[in-house]
Design a protein around this ligand. Sequence first.
Ligand code: C2G
Length: 153
Amino acid sequence: MTKKIITYGTFDMFHIGHLNLLKRIYEFGDELIVGVSTDEFNATKGKKSLIPFEQRAQIVEAIQYVSKVIPEQSWEQKKHDIIDLNIDIFVIGDDWKGKFDHLEDICRVIYLPRTEGVSTSLLKSSLNSIRNISKQDLINAFDILDRLRKDLE
Ligand code: C2G
């Protein structure tokens, strides 16, 4: 009997935390469906993803544990998705602990521990810090490297 699982997320700048989660979710069943947040829905979450929806959806769909990707366009759609897709288990990271307990009327709800030390916002802030390096600092750094190279010749 196929055990169907569903999860939802933005999956922006796909990283090991996302992969760990999808891998661990897959252990609960044999068909994993992922609702990837559309750019418009992200705006309602106060999130602006760097990678557009189409690309985020393709990346998630390519993950071996994922059977199907659907767009996540609203908070309310979970109930309909779970009923329409005959979902047995809803799983999400424990940063959402308690937020989806109401779904226990129609399926099992599991919160899994997040992967510590990695997040899309951390990746974005390190990108921004690189972007903020001044042109002069870069020139100075290259000068130093050039001098070091000459010394080593
Ligand atoms: N996640 C994780 N470890 C991390 C980062 C994220 O386990 N280091 C998990 C989150 O807990 C979530 C999933 O990966 O279950 C996707 O994370 P996000 O892309 O940040 O999704 P989010 O913005 O939390 O959207 O309706 C639910 C929302 O769409 C969830």
